[in-house]
Design a binder for this molecule. Structure first.
Ligand SMILES: Cc1ncc(COP(=O)(O)O)c(C=O)c1O
Length: 281
């Protein structure tokens, strides 16, 4: 990221190189914060309302009072988008509990730290869309509050590194024999033309792109079965997909070195990918 890029920190738009926070910020000391990542196409945010709702839920879950109203967040996002030099962007927002002497309990009267930056949006390459990507699998050893979009991401970081070291795109996670999600994506399976989606509970993040895909399913004539999905069902699936703001929807064509279905992006994936493209701003 260019050091001159404009970032937002606690009310001030400033060059990245000038943006400084205290080493006592609880985001640094404890990972005590939440974040959002909003994709922006042609300077238009995708599903802003849903991202702001998820932000509100994450803040409420960790009991940080929301420092801004929805209208104020919207205005701030639009200003960040306006100032950034890219047409396709990804806006990152992080809110921490603020700066305080190190003590696990919540500090009295700390002001939340609010940080935003914009990076260029890097979508999957045409080759990845056409051929799909390789993934590995691992046991999901994260905490039980994965529905909170928390900056405490050590579990996700370690699990992603498993994929990196295997030359794979993502690590697909199973908890007690059931599919949860991946290190930074949701995972959907397709069997006999039906999308199988793990339940939206505290074991997975409510992904905005996953919700979009599930909402688009009837539009492409596909039904959704939202229920626990076993490892055996994942291994026998016709198709597996990743969804995330940066990946949109992407086919997994090998899992742990074995082909998914016939080893090529499936028929339902192709329809969904094409439909998704029509729904972007
Ligand atoms: C753990 C996890 N699950 C799912 C997702 C996908 O969420 P979204 O579609 O809102 O990007 C992400 C996004 O980074 C994530 O980190």
């Amino acid at each position: 990221m260019n050091q001159d890029s404009v970032v937002y920190l606690n009310g001030v738009f400033q060059p990245l190189s000038d943006a400084k926070i205290s080493v006592l910020d609880r985001g640094f000391i404890f990972g005590d914060g939440v974040y959002e990542v909003v994709p922006v196409y042609h300077r238009q945010p995708f599903r802003m309302a849903q991202h702001l709702k998820r932000l509100e839920n994450s803040l409420a879950a960790i009991r940080i009072p929301n420092p801004k109203s929805t209208a104020e967040w919207e205005a701030l996002f639009l200003e960040m988008i306006r100032q950034a030099p890219y047409e396709q962007q990804v806006v990152y927002l992080q809110i921490t509990r603020g700066v305080a002497p190190r003590d696990h309990g919540f500090p009295q009267g700390a002001t939340p730290t609010v940080f935003m930056m914009v990076n260029p949006l890097t979508l999957p390459t045409p080759e990845q869309v056409e051929h799909g990507v390789a993934c590995v699998s691992a046991e999901d050893f994260r905490w039980h509050c994965c529905d909170i979009k928390s900056t405490s991401l050590l579990g996700n970081v370690l699990l992603r590194q498993t994929a990196v070291e295997a030359g794979a795109m993502e690590t697909v996670l199973f908890r007690d024999g059931f599919l949860t999600e991946a290190s930074a994506s949701n995972v959907l399976a397709v069997k006999d033309g039906v999308i199988l989606a793990p339940p939206q509970d505290h074991l997975i993040l409510p992904g905005i792109s996953c919700d979009a895909v599930l909402e688009f399913a009837p539009m492409i004539g596909v039904s959704v079965d939202r229920r626990p999905v076993s490892r055996a069902e994942v291994l026998a699936a016709d198709e597996l997909w990743l969804t995330s703001s940066g990946k949109e929807v992407l086919a997994i064509t090998t899992l742990d070195g074995k082909p998914v279905g016939d080893g090529k992006p499936g028929r339902v994936f192709k329809k969904m990918w094409a439909y998704y493209q029509t729904q972007k701003p």
